[in-house]
Design a protein around this ligand. Structure first.
Ligand code: EPZ
Length: 416
């Protein structure tokens, strides 16, 4: 298994281009299942999770070619089953469930199982499909769903679920009648997906708000569309600039998707200036402590919680970081403590007392965003940090060591 070796203390300076959003590209790619024709999608990031979803779609009979610009054709779906060995490596595979039931009338998708950050059930996805008339059974660890044609329904999500909203929004595009999603998730990735679906001929209104209506149509047609920039990658680089006292320009990002993180980093003393699709971030002499509470969008993203914690580990004073979305998303804490951070967990909050310096150490990645936070800590630490299980970071960050090296970081990948 590859490792990352980081010699800390280098100030990051220069420009970095932000890649397409993993969490937008995944549902956009599965939406192709709804169309018997060839669509073209631009700005697809080169990530492990994208490779995984492409492998899954190919196993269903979907044909595709290309990379950052991808041509994808689901005219000839041959299978409606997403197997456990594929789904267990990536929970987002559940995003084939809605489109398959809508287009093919059936689907057999392995239950994703939990992951490091939590149990992550999909009960709300299943309940909504049942309310749309699907017959859903759970057998041998698989969700089996059948419906000659889904029917429009009024769906209320007990919890605002991102992929739940995406799955049911896709399923509803071909249903008979109108579906209303209430307490829908509002993430920019959902707005991007709705734009793509409407480009295919769907009739979706309200994406980005907590009530979305989808008027079912008979069929959808191919589309050419573009995936939005990755706000979590962008937020990660903003924090890297802050932790190294750097001066970094992010190119090709969307500042409008980063209101909460930008506000928080300004509170911490950073200078963050948005100009069109560019954000300039400058570190502060001394970072100030900040309290953060993760919330569904437009609140502070849970996917940036580990990264902002790394920044507060070096800030002046005490910060309280509260995780409200997932039940077990503090795995990075023990690794940061090994680097000299002063962090104690109390229930759903981490109490972070800033220290003058972090020290490089061998650390282990446990999940995607935890590994990002440990790289950030390594960039700022004195000495050498060796991060193992680097495949976690490759799931969601395109060539992160190349992008960081181009900004002046001393980081290299050591094949394991
Ligand atoms: C999406 O996961 C993202 N993944 C996650 O990003 C992100 O952390 C999360 O949304 C929250 O923003 C993708 O978009 C591919 P949820 P998702 O359903 O949809 C509970 C990353 O690092 N819930 O919004 O799986 C759930 O347990 C990843 O890129 C149910 O109880 O998250 C959680 O506590 C990590 N039942 C809460 O809702 C359900 O049926 C929010 O989860 C569904 C969800």
């Amino acid at each position: 298994m590859d490792k990352m070796v980081i010699n800390g203390g280098k100030r990051l300076e220069g420009e970095v281009r932000i890649s397409g959003a993993k969490n937008a590209a995944l549902p956009v790619l599965t939406s192709a299942l709804l169309v018997g024709g060839c669509s073209t999608f631009h700005n697809i990031p080169d990530l492990l999770d994208i490779k995984t979803i492409k492998k899954l779609l190919r196993s269903l009979g979907v044909r595709m070619e290309g990379g950052e610009t991808l041509r994808i054709d689901a005219s000839g779906i041959t299978h409606c089953e997403a197997s456990y060995d594929l789904v267990r490596t990536m929970r987002a595979s559940i995003l084939v469930l809605g489109p398959l039931v809508a287009r093919m009338g059936e689907a057999r998708v392995s239950l994703p199982g939990g992951c490091a950050i939590g149990a992550r059930p999909v009960n709300l996805h299943i309940k909504a499909l049942q309310e749309m008339g699907a017959e859903v059974t759970l057998k041998e660890g698989y969700v089996e769903a059948k419906a000659s044609r889904l029917k429009g329904a009024e769906i209320y999500f007990d919890i605002s679920t991102v992929t739940g909203t995406e799955n049911i929004m896709m399923a509803a595009t071909l249903a008979e009648g109108t579906t209303t999603l209430k307490n829908a998730a509002r993430e920019p990735e959902i707005v991007n997906l709705a734009e793509v679906l409407n480009g295919m001929g769907a009739r979706i209104h309200g994406a980005g708000n907590d009530v979305i209506t989808i008027e079912g149509v008979e069929r959808l047609h191919p589309v050419e569309a573009t995936v939005i920039p990755d706000r979590i990658e962008a937020g990660t680089f903003l924090i890297a600039a802050g932790m190294t006292g750097g001066d970094v320009r992010l190119i090709g990002c969307d500042p409008l998707h980063l209101d909460a993180p930008i506000a928080k980093l300004r509170d911490a003393g950073m200078r963050v200036d948005a100009e069109g699709k560019t954000i300039r971030a400058r570190g502060a002499e001394t970072l100030r402590s900040v309290d953060v509470k993760t919330l569904p969008y437009p609140g502070f993203a849970t996917d940036l919680q580990a990264q902002i914690m790394a920044l507060t580990a070096l800030a002046d004073g005490l910060s309280v970081i509260t995780e409200t979305v997932f039940e077990n998303r503090f795995m990075h804490v023990s690794e940061m403590v090994r680097m000299g951070a002063d962090i104690t967990i109390q229930g759903t909050s981490a109490i972070v007392r800033g220290v003058p310096k972090l020290r490089g150490a061998p650390v282990m990645a446990t999940d995607l965003r935890a590994s990002a936070s440990l790289i950030l800590a390594g960039l700022a630490a004195e000495g050498t940090t060796v991060l193992s299980r680097v495949y976690h970071i490759d799931r969601g960050y395109q060539e992160i060591e190349k992008k960081l090296s181009a900004l002046g970081a001393d980081i290299r990948r050591v094949p394991g």
